[in-house]
Design a protein around this ligand. Sequence first.
Ligand code: PLP
Length: 387
Amino acid sequence: MRIIYLDNAATTPLHPQALEAMKPFLMEKFGNPSSIHSFGRETRAALDENRDKLARLLGAKSSEIFFTSSGTEATNFGLKGVSPELLREGRNHIITSKAEHHATLETCEYLGEHGFNITYLDVDGYGMINPDDIQKAINQNTGLISLMLANNEVGTINLIREIGAIAKENQIIFHTDAVQAFGKIPVNVDELGVDLLSLSAHKIYGPKGIGLLYIRQGIEIEKLIHGGRQERGRRAGTENVAYAVGFAKAADLICENRESEYRRMKDLKNKMREILLSRFQYLIINGHLTESLQNILSVSFDSEKMKIDGESLMMNLDLAGIAVSSGSACTSGSIKPSHVLMAMGRDEETAKATIRFSFGRATTMEDIDYTLGYLEDIIKRIGKTIV
Ligand SMILES: Cc1ncc(COP(=O)(O)O)c(C=O)c1O
């Protein structure tokens, strides 16, 4: 059976060149970067060099890059880290959106229980935030805005530069989650006008278990983990040098091929969308038509025209060797529709009848054709047309 992986927004396989770069640091180059002997100096130099590399790719300074264990940790670090100073200043209002990743939503919820007022902005039918809504939501206590650069479920890219300019004008700290966007579209901290930015290695063919937070120089941020002096005293614990090396290598590689891959993905997405629309008339394409990542294609079956369960669709595709994501999540034993699709105005049944295809560097047009063939068969079998 052919195996086709179309869930690259969930995670990506490690790039062989990233693995090769990591290997020496998993074996012979094992020194603790805090040690002052040659073993330690060797890994310290590697850590510095790879921090530099990542900083360069983001247009940041090396001293502004802090390694974390994941994108989720980076966002927790950023939002929680700035909160004590904001509370001291009486700036206890945070603006975010209803379509954010759980890493942001849950952290905001936590801060909401610890002295902050949170505004969760609506998104439009494409999952996009309107900068005017941000302007309207700002009050004299607003201290922080956190909005994602590109959405992980539907791919929509937000107008982060415009929002960055609004944040700057109002002297509000601005965080963006660039976990899905990095390596797919240009991500430069000055061009975007962000103060805090989260990344994760495993979405870009790096290892799982490492991410980073960019913290603009001058932003006051509390320690995340107390202990030694690692990560300039903000996140204690012996550094994961091998993973930092793999992260930087993967980042370098994805950025090097970004433009050609963008064009290739655009082609795949356009073709898949056209074929889907020609075969299924009750299909809804989720996400913005132009302002969207080219590797994510999310589609829903309109619940007023067809009854189909996204989970069964996903499981049937899985049985055929095709991995995709559905538009729902299993929370405490029950199937909940995606909060992103609901925020975009989909009804519950349509949100549940959603699948997300996300392409990667290994995806070919043949994979898409093969998937579409199975999709048609499965839908004939398990879909019930209403009209
Ligand atoms: C937009 C977005 N933010 C944050 C994360 C969390 O990253 P990590 O898996 O490294 O914690 C993800 C991963 O799904 C994501 O898609």
